[in-house]
Design a protein around this ligand. Structure first.
Ligand code: MN
Length: 187
């Protein structure tokens, strides 16, 4: 996100809703109290790794911290990745929340763009979180547990994301993929 304002507001709201002190939130997420305070005051733009820690600790989806849930009245929704693509953190990965998490559906659909040479390892998400990675452009590999799985354009990979996993761009051009993340959370 261009400004950390939304993240600040979302974090304040969820912590207030839970009635958690900074101390409790810090223990649940593994993010220091000082950092939590900075994020809530909009003084610090969290890294993607920190965002994932927050999402996992609060048991909310990543997109809950990036963009408000949208529930369209008519059921038909056209979303443009070109307009949604942004760099939510200092991480060079681009994120387009095509369909932010909606409890009615139980998943979020992200378009992610990895620059050449990029590799990111992700901590396990909560039990029951499943990722569906579909490579739409470029070359990439996905790490599941200890093994890297190479994907070719059009390949789709489903894995349990409650284990260490990662993403790597293997080619000289950016790798673009869709990640459908299915949650058991209610929000
Ligand atoms: Mn993940």
């Amino acid at each position: 996100m261009d400004s950390p304002d939304y993240i600040a507001t979302a974090l304040q709201a969820i912590r207030q809703e839970r009635g958690w002190s900074l101390d409790r939130a810090s223990k649940a997420t593994g993010v220091s109290k000082a950092m939590l305070g900075q994020i809530e005051r909009g003084e610090s733009s969290p890294t993607l790794a920190t965002l994932w820690k927050l999402a996992t600790g609060f048991q909310i989806s990543l997109s809950h911290l990036l963009q408000p849930t949208i529930t369209p009245p008519g059921g038909v929704q056209l979303r443009s990745a070109d307009r949604l693509r942004h760099r939510p953190t200092t991480d060079p990965m681009l994120v387009a929340p095509l369909f932010p998490y909606d409890p009615a559906f139980g998943f979020e659909l992200l378009e992610l763009t990895l620059p050449p040479g990029y590799e990111r390892l992700s901590a396990p998400h909560d039990a029951g979180v499943t990722e569906h990675v579909t490579l739409i452009r470029g070359q990439m590999a996905v790490k599941v547990g200890e093994a890297w799985v190479e994907l070719h354009m059009g390949d789709a990979l489903r894995f349990n994301a409650d284990q260490p996993h990662g993403y790597r761009c293997c080619g000289g051009e950016p790798a673009v993929f869709h990640n459908l993340i299915h949650y058991r959370y209610t929000r």
